[in-house]
Structures are given as C-alpha cells and as structure tokens.
Ligand binder design. Structure first.
Ligand code: NAG
Ligand code: NAG
Ligand code: NAG
Ligand code: NAG
Ligand code: NAG
Ligand code: NAG
Ligand code: NAG
Ligand code: NAG
Ligand code: NAG
Ligand code: NAG
Ligand code: NAG
Length: 838
C-alpha cells in the first residue's frame, strides 16, 4: 500500500545526518572489519520521516509491545516521526510502515516535572494541549534494536524498552520545577509558555489512541495507594472494518506517591479515582484518563505498562511475569541479545577489496542490516491474546497487508526465520478455520481491506514450494486457497475474491461486473484479473502442477484446471493498444492490458493512468473508478510472474521486452516506492539479460533506498521495503510463490547465510568484487565447484548450504544466463530465436 507519492521522491537524495546514525559512523575505523556483530549496523530510524512510516521504537522481534514517543505528524502511522512534529505521548502498541490511518498508539503516557503552582489543575492533559510541551531536538533521539530514548525540551528524558507484552518507560526529570513549552498564537506564531511549581512529577495515562478512534465507553481506575492504573477502551482498526477492545495495566517505581486521581479535559481531581468516560455527544472522544503524582523527581521514575486483548488482569499478569523487578538495564540487555541472535544468520564481508574504495562501507552495511531488521517488526505475535476464538494454534496480527508483504517480506523470513514464518502461516490457516477465509490484510484483531487478489495464496504457495515445515497443516492450507479460488464471500472487500462467476465463465473480471453474490469495491478489474491469474497459478503449484519438489496437495485435474485459469491474464491483452503521454507524444509501444466489459467489448483506461507522472489520482481504494490499483497498466503490464516467456512473446521477443522494461524504468512511469515495482527490477532475467537487472538494482539502491530517516521512497509497508533492500543487497531476489531466486552480484564480496534449522551455511562469493560497484556483471559462476550458467537458484541453496562463486566484470557477459535454458522457469517455453546477443 502506498499513501504518499510524487512529493516523496523530491527529497530522497537528501542525506541528512541524524542522531544515532552519525554516532555510529567512525567509518574509516570500521572499513575493513568483518561485520561480525551485525547489530551495530541496525538503525531503527531509517524511514522515520518522508513517509516511510516505520515504527522506530523499542520492540522484540514480532513483539506485541512496541514502545515509542508518538508525534502529532500527519505521517505518524508508526507513532514516531523525525519531521519536526512534537511528541503527544509515549505508548506501546504500534504498527510499522503502514498507509491508512495511524494504527494503535493506545493509552499513551505523558509527564511533567511539576504542575503550575503545585496545583494538579495547573497541568495540561488533553493531547491538543500537552503537545505544547512535546518539542524535542533530533539529536536527543537514540534508537537501537530494543531500546529508544528521547529528551523533550521540557528537560524530561524518556528511555524505553520492552518484553513481549510489556514496556518500561523510564522518565528522568530535570532538577527544578520549571516547565516550558510553546503554543501557537493567533497567527500561528510560536508563543512561549512557562511556569514553575514544586518538583512533584506527574505521570498520566490517556484513554486515547493515535487516530482518536475511541468508541463508546472507556474505563480507567487508579489505585491511590499503589498507583496502579488499569482500564480499557474500544477502538477502530486503521484500514479495516469492525472494532477491538484493549486493556492495560500500569505500575510505577522510583519515587513515593504523593497523590493520584483522574482528569477529564483539563480538569483533574484527587477525589475521584475511577471513571467511565463516554465518547461524548458529538462523537469525538472526550479526553480523559488517570494521573499519579510523586513526592520527588530526584531519581528516574519507571512506568511499567502492559496491554492485553483479553483483560486488564491478563495485562497485569504479563507485566508481573515479564518484568518483575523494573530492571531497565536488564530488560534492555535481554532485548538487545534477542535481536543480536536474530540478525546473526547473515554475515557479509567486503574482503580486502575496499582499502582504497570511495564507497562508505558502513553506509552499505547500515542499509543492509537495517533492512533486515525491519522484516522482523511486523507481523506481530499475539499468541495467547486472541479473544475471537479458542485455539492451540499461534495467532499473529498485523498482516498489513499481504498484498505488500507477499512479494519479498515473507520470502525473506523463509531464509532467516523459518520458525516464525511457520507460526505466521499456521495463524493464517487458523484464521481461515475460524473466520472462514484467509485474510489479505489484518490488523488489531479486525479484517483489513483487500487490495486485489487473494494474495495469502501466494504466501502459502511460496512456503510450500520451499518445503517450510513447523507443524503447518498443508491439507488445510490447500483447502483455504481452493476456497479463495472457488467460493465468493459476501464481503469480498475484506477477504477472498469478488466476481468469481465472471472469472470462471468469462476468464476475466469485467468492468461493472454483474455480481449478485457478494459486496465489494467494483474497481481494479485489470489488476484483479492479473492477481487472480497469479493466485490460481499458486493454487495449481500447491495442487501439484508446479515445478516444486513437494508432494501434490490436490488432484492432477485440479492442478490442470488452475494452471489453465492462470492464463486468464491473456484475455485482457489488447494487441493494438497504444500509449501516448499526456502531452500527446507517443511512447512508441503497442500492446497493453485493457479493461473489458461484461459483453466482451473493450473498455478504455489510459495505460499511463495511475502511473507516477499521473498527478490526477493515486488509484487507491478510496479513489474509486480506476481499473488498476495503485499502479498503471504500464507497470501492471509486467505482472505475470509465472509466465514471463509468454509475455515476452506477446511483446515481440526479448529485445522488444527489454526496450519496454527500460522505458518503464527510465521514463519516470515506475514508482519504486510501491511494491508492484519490485519484481520489474529483476525481470530482465527472463529475457536472458540478468546483467541489466543487476544494473537496475544498483540504480535503485542506494539512490532510492538509503539508510537515513528520509531514505525510503514510500511506506515501508510492514517491512516490505526492508526486505527488498535485504534481498537486493545479498544478490538474490525471489519470484514469490515459486521456488526461484534470481541471481545478481551481491553488494558484498561475500555473503553467508546460515539456515536456522539445518545449520548449514550458504555462501555467495565474488571474484573481482569491486566496492565501487562498477563490476556488476556476472561473467561466469560455479555452484558447489561446478560451472553454473543458470541465472537463478532454488531454495535448496539455503537449506543445503551450497556455495555460489561469481566471477564479475565491468561489461555485460554475452553468454552467462542468456540462453533460454538458463533462464528462470515460466509456464510457457521461451520464444525461440529472439535472443539477440548485444
Ligand atoms: C530534524 O528536525 C527538523 C525540524 O526541527 C526536521 O525538519 C528535520 O527533518 C529533522 N531531521 C530529520 C533527519 O528528520
Ligand atoms: C537514557 O538513554 C540515553 C541514550 O541512550 C542515555 O544516554 C541515558 O543515560 C539513559 N538514561 C538513563 C536514566 O538510563
Ligand atoms: C494556522 O495553522 C493551521 C494548521 O496548520 C491552519 O489551518 C490555519 O489556517 C493557520 N492560521 C493562520 C492564521 O495562518
Ligand atoms: C456508557 O456509560 C453510561 C454511564 O455509565 C451508561 O449510561 C451507558 O449505557 C454506557 N454506554 C455504553 C455503550 O456502554
Ligand atoms: C471502577 O469501575 C469499574 C467499572 O465501572 C467497576 O467495575 C469497579 O468496581 C469500580 N472500582 C471501584 C474501586 O470503584
Ligand atoms: C586479499 O588480497 C590478497 C593479495 O592481493 C589476495 O591473495 C587474497 O585472495 C585477498 N583475499 C580476499 C578475501 O579477497
Ligand atoms: C591502495 O592504494 C595504495 C597507494 O596508492 C596502493 O599501494 C595499494 O596497492 C592499494 N591497495 C589496493 C587493495 O588496491
Ligand atoms: C509467539 O508467542 C508465543 C507465546 O508467547 C511463544 O510461545 C512463541 O515462541 C512466539 N513465537 C516466536 C517466533 O517468537
Ligand atoms: C511529452 O512528455 C514526455 C514524457 O514526459 C517527454 O518525454 C516528451 O519529450 C514530451 N514531448 C513534448 C513534445 O514535449
Ligand atoms: C457492451 O457493453 C458496453 C458497456 O455496457 C456497451 O457500451 C456496449 O454498447 C455493449 N456492446 C455491445 C455490442 O453490446
Ligand atoms: C520473435 O520476434 C519477432 C519480431 O520481433 C516476432 O514477430 C516473433 O513472433 C517472435 N517469435 C517468437 C517465437 O516469439
């Protein structure tokens, strides 16, 4: 999903230094060192501005507790931003990289050193008022895997770390009771606010979330003797339907309690300690919460807060079990260690080729390992926290959305964390068992909106083709994907596929379909046709008709049926369609996908509509009426992941295909900040030109994917962009749903990937490696010592720990990977005789 576009591209090349990245720097010292502790290169702040929307705070891998400072930025989907927006609170539930409305951010804490005049009514409570005390300087921000800290201009420093369900927020207060902020004057000018009171720190917890979505009544209770705050509220998911209830439990340690109570709007009282607060009459949630006040701020005060979707008691139990002693240093060290272990399967080296290189190898390493890190933030492990059904299977949430993450994020986890991926897949299948369908998007216990096809099919097929184990019930998995292919859900904006009658009868999704069986947004007929075609290919693979080496899950007849349906994309190919720019200049290409009516006649969509240069529409779900989703017919013109050979034939052979792909990349049509572009970087492989894929990959990384806060070209989308960077830099890119990795030279002299289950280490090594990346063309290769001319590998490379040795050169090879038999597999045979040797 992409929520922002062209404007982001303007600032991509700005390389702003920010707090921790530069502190990590010392690049000359590290230049030749092996990256044997990858953790030092992870910068969670990559993507914290310019629409990356990443969650840059403290979390365990897939952790439910995600602690960070929330800002009031218009781009605060991940909570925190580094765009100059002030902090509104400190909360512990977040998503990462998403578009849509901001997710979660429930029950934020905030703190003051004192209230004006020592009166509890002298403090500002609602979000819109406390934000005036939330400014900070970028250099006060520090982020490392598992820990985050920030210093507000009020002098309060907040350090945070987490366990699976619990966060610790450690507040350090300035020595005097002066509190300063800035508010806006009548002409938006900055007006200073300042007051003094006795040093009696106040920490309060608010019954709100990031998008102010609280529904009906929320409750809060503060215990006047212990300071424990508990409560709950009902909120809305950020890109889906329904609602969810969340509970919390907060305890404090570090100073004696002075008093406690509740507040509503800007009025507080110590006389009341228990309130139920309504959504207010006009629908906007009435601000309210509870506070505790302390006798001293001389020592840091630590808030331990946990959440649960089951009960406040369960939240308290998590907190007491996971962090019994409020030991900040110990919890932070444990989180760091868990991350260090997660990052350890992948080791890279620049060899001794870089002594004189101009490349800043630290920047390359930070880009790579920060990308890997982001693949393990979402989805989130909510096992034991699912109130919707009873099951002994794992439960994961925040598949946000599978349309984004099937392309490279879940394939990446197959390599580095197959155990976690197995649990995620079991959770998807269990969701099918209990809610009837695999999700295409899911967040906060709710169904998210489907963007195109039933793309969980692709995730399952990918894992199946790669032999993923871990207790997955593959028969149920197969039943789930067959249901997607055969049964139309009533609400196909949340699951499955719409228009299945037409799909089966006509072989495409028509514009303005006649669909009386289900309900959904009647747009995207071309992109849905293309995605359903690929989904059916994935079903066929699982049935047993694919190229993988796993057992058949379906009958041969089923495999044949779905393979046949997977060719439906051809029904929307209009061979005489042309494409002209908005100024009337012909692009020079003929033959594009086009929408079709129910009666078989053609409808028309400009092939450049919804492309990056089309400023009239981003073609998202809210933006109805277009026949492609978030991308143009030009870019979707390459989305036939299973049959590039047939597509190459339709486009006029290898050279014509390469020219068209070049035009996509060079004329500004492509939007690299959204996922449909990912595979197009590598599709030259299918025309026998793997060197051109390598050249493209090196154009986009690091120019559009750099390890800076503003370094991502679009929403990270749960870690999708992170996985694109990680795969690209390690020199292998998946065609997801297939047992295929496309080979380019890695950005390192050597890459070693130790499979966490088999313990075997796969190695890619380059002869003639050049850290300035002039030698990006593979001249020849060996696999386990034997000559290897194919431009792709399968997953056994990783599970069996094979060794690929590449010999690089500065010009494209006339032979390596170029013959039809050396190209990655396609359903059709490659067209013969069109492979020119340029
Ligand atoms: C640092 O803060 C300023 C505003 O105070 C902001 O405009 C800038 O983008 C921030 N730097 C980074 C790297 O985000
Ligand atoms: C909070 O974190 C910052 C940055 O890592 C560190 O300098 C500071 O000492 C920490 N504060 C406490 C009280 O541990
Ligand atoms: C002040 O800023 C707000 C939002 O940024 C804007 O809507 C408003 O028009 C501005 N007012 C003036 C007087 O500039
Ligand atoms: C909200 O609380 C008020 C006061 O206790 C009660 O009258 C009302 O029924 C509650 N509404 C809901 C939706 O629970
Ligand atoms: C606080 O309110 C809750 C919900 O209204 C109620 O169940 C509980 O008994 C109250 N507790 C106290 C101590 O009044
Ligand atoms: C390092 O350089 C030496 C001498 O040039 C060479 O023999 C050796 O193979 C190189 N090692 C690596 C890891 O590239
Ligand atoms: C680096 O440069 C120095 C001085 O120009 C030269 O002697 C040395 O051989 C170079 N090393 C490599 C690995 O290119
Ligand atoms: C997910 O959470 C459950 C319950 O806390 C735990 O048993 C399991 O190990 C977790 N999975 C991963 C991959 O961390
Ligand atoms: C029309 O726009 C295209 C794409 O921006 C550009 O390449 C071409 O030169 C333009 N033609 C004219 C006549 O301005
Ligand atoms: C086919 O359907 C389209 C759209 O409803 C309509 O405009 C067109 O006239 C129809 N053509 C024929 C031949 O029925
Ligand atoms: C080869 O290319 C020519 C024109 O470029 C085309 O007419 C022909 O159909 C292609 N052959 C195959 C088998 O695709």
């Amino acid at each position: 999903m992409a929520s922002l576009r062209a404007t982001q591209l303007l600032c991509i090349l700005g390389s702003v230094l920010f707090a921790d990245a530069s502190a990590d720097g010392s690049s000359s010292l590290h230049r030749k060192r092996l990256a044997n502790d990858p953790l030092q290169y992870v910068d969670p702040l990559v993507g914290a501005s310019n629409g990356g929307n990443v969650f840059p705070g403290a979390s365990l891998p897939y952790g439910m507790a995600k602690a960070v400072a929330d800002t009031n930025s218009g781009s605060n989907q991940g909570g925190f931003t580094l765009d100059g927006s002030p902090v509104t609170g400190f909360s512990m539930m977040h998503d990462s990289g998403t578009g849509g409305s901001p997710s979660l951010g429930n029950f934020p804490l905030f703190a003051y050193t004192s209230c004006a005049g020592g009166d509890i009514n002298g403090c500002a409570y609602p979000k819109k008022d406390r934000v005036n005390y939330g400014s900070f300087s970028n250099t006060s921000v520090s982020a490392k895997p598992g820990v985050f800290s920030i210093g507000l201009d009020t002098g309060i420093t907040v350090n945070m770390t987490t366990t699976q369900h619990t966060a610790l927020f450690q507040f350090t207060f300035p020595p005097d009771g002066t509190v300063s902020g800035t508010t806006k004057g009548p002409n938006n000018e900055s007006v200073p606010i300042s007051y003094t009171g006795p040093v009696q720190p106040v920490i309060f917890q608010d019954l709100s979330d990031l998008s102010n979505s609280r529904q009906d009544n929320a409750t809060i209770h503060v215990d006047e003797t212990t300071g424990r705050i508990t409560g709950s509220g009902r909120f809305l998911p950020s890109f889906g339907s329904g609602s969810y209830i969340m509970y919390f439990c907060t305890d404090f340690q570090g100073a004696d309690l002075l008093d406690a109570g509740v507040y509503v709007n800007n009025r507080a009282s110590t006389d009341v300690n228990n309130i139920t607060i309504s959504r207010s009459i006009n629908g906007y949630p009435l601000p309210g919460g509870a506070f505790v006040r302390f006798t001293s701020g001389a020592q840091p005060i630590t808030a331990r807060t946990a959440t649960s979707f089951i009960s406040a008691e369960q939240a308290c139990a998590h907190a007491e079990r996971e962090i019994p002693a409020f030991d900040f240093a110990g919890v932070a060290a444990a989180a760091t260690e868990i991350w260090r272990k997660k990052m350890s399967p992948i080791q890279v080296s620049f060899g001794n080729q870089t002594a004189n290189a101009t490349t800043d190898t630290d920047t390359v390493l930070r880009n790579f390992y920060s990308g890997i890190y982001r693949t393990m933030i979402n989805p989130q492990n909510y096992t034991g926290e699912n109130p919707l059904w009873t099951s002994s299977e794992p439960y994961y949430d925040s598949f946000y959305c599978i349309w984004d993450l099937f392309r490279s994020q879940t394939p990446f986890l197959t390599l580095v964390d197959p155990d976690a991926l197995s649990e995620m897949i079991r959770s998807l299948i269990d969701t099918y068992r209990h809610q009837g369908w695999l999700p295409d998007c899911r967040m906060s216990l709710c169904k998210g909106f489907t963007q195109g096809g039933s793309n969980a099919d692709n995730v399952l097929a990918d894992a199946y083709a790669k032999g993923l184990g871990g207790g997955i019930n593959w028969q149920d998995a197969y039943a789930a994907v067959v249901k997607d292919a055969e049964v139309e859900p009533y609400d196909w904006s949340s699951e499955g596929r719409g228009g299945l009658d037409s799909w089966k009868a006509l072989g495409y999704i028509p514009v303005a379909d006649f669909d009386y069986k289900g309900f959904g947004t009647m747009t995207r007929s071309v992109s849905r046709t293309l995605e359903y075609s690929y989904n059916d290919y994935c079903v066929a693979q699982m049935a047993g008709g694919g190229t993988d080496n796993t057992a058949s899950l379906g009958s041969a007849a089923d495999a044949a049926k779905y393979l046949e349906r997977s060719a439906n994309w051809k029904n929307l190919y209009k061979k005489d369609e042309t494409s002209t720019w908005f100024n009337g200049t012909d692009t020079g290409f003929t033959g594009f996908f086009q929408p079709r009516n129910l009666n078989g006649t053609w409808y028309y969509q400009d092939p450049l509509a919804c492309s990056n240069p089309d400023t009239t529409s981003v073609c998202s779900l809210q933006n109805t009426g277009r026949e492609t989703f978030e991308s143009s017919l030009w870019e979707y013109g390459f989305f036939v992941p299973h049959d590039q050979a047939a597509l190459i034939g339709l486009y006029g052979g290898d050279d014509a295909f390469v020219q068209r792909l070049d035009y996509l990349h060079e004329s500004g049509i492509i939007y690299i900040g959204n996922e449909p572009s990912f595979l197009t970087v590598y599709q030259y492989h299918y025309a026998g030109r793997p060197g051109l894929s390598a050249q493209r990959a090196h154009t986009y990384v690091p120019a559009f994917f750099a390890p800076t806060a503003d370094g991502l070209p679009g929403n990270d989308d749960s870690g999708a962009m992170g996985s694109f960077v990680a795969f690209t830099m390690m020199g292998l890119f998946p065609n997801p749903g297939q047992n295929v990795y496309l080979i380019i030279p890695p950005f390192f002299e050597s890459v070693q990937v130790t499979h966490p289950q088999t313990g075997k280490t796969a190695v890619i090594r380059s002869t003639n490696f050049d850290a300035a990346y002039k030698a990006v063309f593979i001249q020849s290769a060996t696999l386990d010592g034997k000559p290897y001319t194919k431009s792709w590998l399968d997953h056994s490379f990783f599970t069996e720990g094979r060794e690929l040795v590449l010999t690089l050169g500065t010009t494209e090879s006339a032979t390596w990977g170029r013959q039809p038999e050396d190209r990655p597999p396609s359903v059709s045979d490659y067209p013969a005789g069109n492979s020119t040797q340029s």
